[in-house]
Design a protein around this ligand. Structure first.
Ligand code: 4AD
Ligand code: MG
Length: 500
């Protein structure tokens, strides 16, 4: 039998002759044997080409075949415990589809800018491929969770007339001569749909003119937002923890090998179970300004310094003359060296930041919004996600409901992912009183006419309700252990130049 099959399916074709359609991921030519690693979009497969077993001329062509050349390759599937998928291909024939020469992304390490400029090709790298697979599962799990739980999907508009999350991050567009904004959230529209369907969600691209360049901010990202009529804070927290747990479980089930390749912290992910930690903002202020944080930051610094020493020792080893080493070993070492140098410079930044962040935490005063470093400290202190609830109303969006037992705070929550990753969810109970909401809109200087339809919801059958938004890229970054969320979307958009 000579069937076209996928690499991910090869283990079901042991001893059969199959044809793979793919690209050369790596080509390690020897005199008599070629080790050709082929990828086909579903995985990698080592293909062994032995001289004498295939046409002489074809052997020569395959030997010279550059990285990312495309080909159909035929052979016998054999069990091989040492290979990634447990199989390899004993090649009997091949058809070269396109010869690729001088592929720009070589196995050596490249800089971030270079890779962003070559994103159209970099998507083929194993790391990006694994992240894309995890993202796919996350999105599938998101939809499944809400669809199975009686939520109705509502697609909310991208052109919007009202400020959703604060005017500082609005993208204004010229809509036939009048200004409109790109959606910062679908929430306000979703609230209206919740009054029709009860439980709804929207899921789409979201735009924010984020001025700061951080590893947590994109200008275009994907957000999923549920909204539930008659829900209070406790119910929303429960929904959030069940939701996040179901996403993590799905990835652990579907993408274990991708997580392994990415060196994600699988043991930590396996511990993600409801209930999550719940802290109020006021409790967080106490932690940040207390002894616990002083000690935590000092320990952290000690850890960083020890890690720095280990890395420096290894770098010194790798910088020694490489004579006598095989070429592939030299290349491997060169790659490790570049990676370690990258890690070292990041570590140096962390060492430099540690006292600054410790000072920021010590100086934190009730009433300020939590900064990125404060979130990181709190999330690093826990190995489970942490809900922080009841922030001061002044630092949060206008639509959040004031706690009637303490007017200074709102009934909101952020969910901080563990491992120092920071906020992945923001949500709240919504203000449902017409007069209170109108006063807030006016106090912020927004035009009440723009919000008349939103105020109407508080006039005709107003009910307690609320919801939250989860950022897909931040969730993927946390789960995969990727440091920068730009790697968690195929074509990232950030404040600085858009490369492609
Ligand atoms: O906390 P945020 O701003 O909440 C809202 O937009 C609410 N309207 C949601 C709701 O209640 N329906 O954003 C929610 C989440 C954040 O926790 C974060 O994960 C993600 O969206 N997010 C970003 N992700 C990437 N880049 C950015 N610039 C982001 N801003 C927010
Ligand atoms: Mg937020």
């Amino acid at each position: 039998m000579n069937d076209r099959v996928c690499i991910c399916d090869l283990k079901n074709h042991i001893d059969a002759e199959v044809t793979l359609s793919g690209w050369v991921y790596r080509n390690r030519p020897g005199g008599k044997v070629l080790f050709l690693v082929v990828r086909d979009g579903t995985g990698l497969c080592q293909c062994i080409v032995e001289k004498g077993k295939i046409d002489e001329e074809l052997f020569g062509q395959l030997k010279r075949l550059g990285q990312e050349s495309s080909l159909r390759i035929t052979g016998l599937v054999r069990t091989e415990e040492r290979s990634a998928g447990g199989v390899e291909l004993g090649v009997t024939g091949a058809e070269i589809v396109n010869v690729s020469e001088d592929y720009p992304i070589t196995p050596k390490a490249h800089g971030v800018d270079f890779l962003l400029k070559h994103r159209h090709l970099h998507l083929r790298s194993q790391r990006q491929w694994c992240i894309g697979k995890v993202r796919h599962t996350v999105i599938d799990a998101v939809r499944r969770f809400f669809n199975d739980d009686g939520f109705t999907l509502i697609d909310t508009p991208i052109f919007t007339g009202a400020v959703g999350e604060g005017e500082q991050t609005l993208f204004e567009v010229d809509y036939f001569g009048s200004p409109l904004y790109l959606a910062q959230t679908g929430q306000l529209y979703l609230e209206s749909a919740a009054m029709s369907y009860g439980k709804v969600y929207c899921f789409g691209p979201t735009f924010r003119a984020e001025k700061s360049k951080t590893r947590r901010h994109l200008t275009e990202f994907w957000m999923v937002e549920p909204e539930v009529a008659y829900a209070g804070l406790d119910e929303l927290l429960e929904l959030g923890e069940n939701f996040v747990t179901s996403i993590v479980k799905a990835v652990l089930k579907e993408n274990r090998s991708e997580l392994e390749t990415l060196d994600a912290d699988i043991a930590a992910l396996e511990k993600i179970e409801a209930p999550f930690v719940r802290l109020t903002y006021s409790e967080v202020v106490e932690i940040l300004t207390g002894e616990q944080t002083v000690k935590f930051m000092a320990d952290q610094l000690g850890g960083f310094e020890a890690e720095k020493e280990t890395i420096e020792t290894r770098i010194a080893e790798l910088e020694k003359p490489q004579q006598g080493l095989k070429k592939w070993q030299q290349e491997k070492n060169a790659k490790e060296l570049v990676e370690l140098q990258g890690e070292l410079s990041e570590l140096n930044i962390r060492i430099e930041n540690n006292p600054k962040h410790a000072q920021l935490a010590a100086d934190f005063r009730w009433g300020k919004d939590l900064g990125g470093s404060d979130e990181t400290i709190i999330s690093l202190m826990h190995n489970k996600p942490v809900f922080v609830t009841h922030y001061p109303g002044e630092v949060k969006a206008f639509y959040m409901k004031h706690d009637r037992s303490n007017e200074k705070v709102v009934e909101n929550f952020d969910l901080l992912a563990p491992l120092g990753f920071g906020e992945i969810i923001g949500g709240s109970v919504r203000e449902d009183d017409y007069d209170v909401l109108l006063d807030k809109i006016k106090a912020l200087g927004y035009n009440p006419d723009d919000y008349q339809w939103y105020l109407d919801l508080r006039k005709y059958g107003s009910v307690p309700h609320g919801g939250f938004g989860l950022g897909i890229e931040r969730t993927v970054a946390w789960i995969t252990g990727e440091k920068h969320i730009r790697q968690c979307i195929a074509f990232p958009r950030m404040r600085d130049k858009i490369h492609i």
